[in-house]
Design a protein around this ligand. Structure first.
Ligand code: COA
Length: 345
């Protein structure tokens, strides 16, 4: 494992932690996604708040977002994505050793969505839990799956990112309400041949940046403050700078660890937070946009679901083939970040 301290956030130096995969390799064997049918356009939002399609498109790249009907649960979205991922991987729920759900918008504090999905799918052999790392949750889930498979403690791991963030939006706050959407994506992680699948990782957190993206009472937290309806707030421009910087640094770290040059990345699947963040980072990494998976125009920022939604779409459109170098990279509230370089199986 390499730790460098070259990265500085507004709060100070942060160790960048990166490592190669050791032990048995693992990779993504199948994926599934689900997004609510209801699509809300920028023009629809113009009727609700002081905003415009022009501003949203130019400043974020978002044109529409899928929004769950009131009463729809995160569990429903997650379960649909999970079933599709199992079908795509050609395994059954009975084969699952672990179910990991990344979500910042669970339907309640407990039981976990992962245990509810275990029940829905009837996966009695799985150990199941939720993971909260905001928009980085899906990458942390993949890293956990990879570690358990590497040490031969699991063979089939279902990793899900699922969100109904629309429950946490204040439609009088145009700074956040236009950004987020709902959706779910899932991946089945299984053993891969030596030298394929996940090759390297860069994972990190900087709790000193906790105020930059929050949901609910900033100091006490939503539960302690008995906040009846926690609302997402963020320091947009600060997060923007952090995001561009961490995307570039993570790409560098995982490529170094995997021993490939950044020019050899065939597809970058970034967390879809803002088109301008992705574009700025892609330029500095030196990647043309035809090697970047972007679907923020349709979905907005779906937090932990954004990377699987973009990756599954790229696979479906034939943009990923065996042997390709695929970079997945996320960042989010916490602050948190995580990236992996995969040789596609
Ligand atoms: N419609 C119209 N105007 C808007 C608006 C909207 N939806 N949202 C903000 N504005 C206005 C602001 O009020 C401000 O007006 P002012 O200059 O009169 O004060 C102006 O646009 C610029 O605001 P600012 O916040 O500086 O805009 P920005 O270019 O930084 O874009 C974000 C705002 C949120 C789109 C951008 O900062 C961003 O994407 N940041 C990253 C956030 C992120 O990734 N969060 C998720 C973490 S996982």
């Amino acid at each position: 494992m390499a730790i460098t301290t070259s990265y500085r956030t507004r709060s100070g130096a942060v160790p960048l932690r990166s490592f190669k995969t050791k032990g048995r390799h693992s990779g993504i064997a199948g994926m599934g996604v689900y997004a609510p049918e209801k699509v809300v356009s920028n023009f629809d939002l113009e009727k609700l708040m002081d905003t415009s399609d022009k501003w949203i498109t130019e400043r974020t790249g978002i044109r529409t977002r899928h929004i769950a009907e009131p009463g729809t649960t995160t569990l429903e979205l997650a379960t649909k994505a999970a079933r599709a991922a199992l079908d795509s991987a050609g395994i059954t729920a009975n084969d699952l050793d672990m179910i990991l759900v990344g979500t910042s918008s669970p339907d309640g504090p407990f039981p976990s969505i992962a245990c509810r999905i275990q029940d829905e799918l009837d996966a009695p052999g799985a150990v199941a839990w939720d993971m909260l790392a905001a928009c980085t949750s899906f990458v942390y889930g993949l890293a956990t799956a990879d570690s358990f498979i590497a040490t031969e403690r699991a063979d089939n791991v279902l990793v899900i990112g699922a969100e109904v963030l629309s429950r946490m939006l204040d439609y009088s706050n145009r700074g956040t309400a236009v950004i987020f959407g709902d959706g779910a994506g899932a991946a089945v992680v299984r053993p891969a041949p030596e030298g394929a699948g996940f090759l390297s990782w860069c994972l990190g957190s900087d709790g000193r940046g906790y105020l930059q993206v929050t949901c609910g009472n900033k100091e006490l937290g939503a539960y302690a403050a008995k906040d009846p309806r926690p609302i997402i707030e963020m320091e947009g421009p600060d997060v923007f700078k952090f995001a561009v910087d961490i995307f570039i640094r993570q790409a560098n770290e995982v490529c170094n660890e995997a021993g490939i040059s950044m020019e050899d990345i065939d597809l970058w699947v970034p967390h879809q937070a803002n088109f301008r963040i992705i574009d700025a980072a892609a330029r500095r990494i030196g990647l043309p946009l035809d090697r970047v998976a972007i679907n923020i125009d349709e979905y907005g920022n779906t937090s932990s679901a954004s990377i699987p939604l973009a990756l599954e779409e790229a696979i479906r459109k034939g943009r990923v083939k065996t042997g390709d170098n695929v970079l997945l990279a996320g960042f989010g509230s916490g602050l948190t970040w995580g990236a992996t370089l995969l040789k596609w199986v």
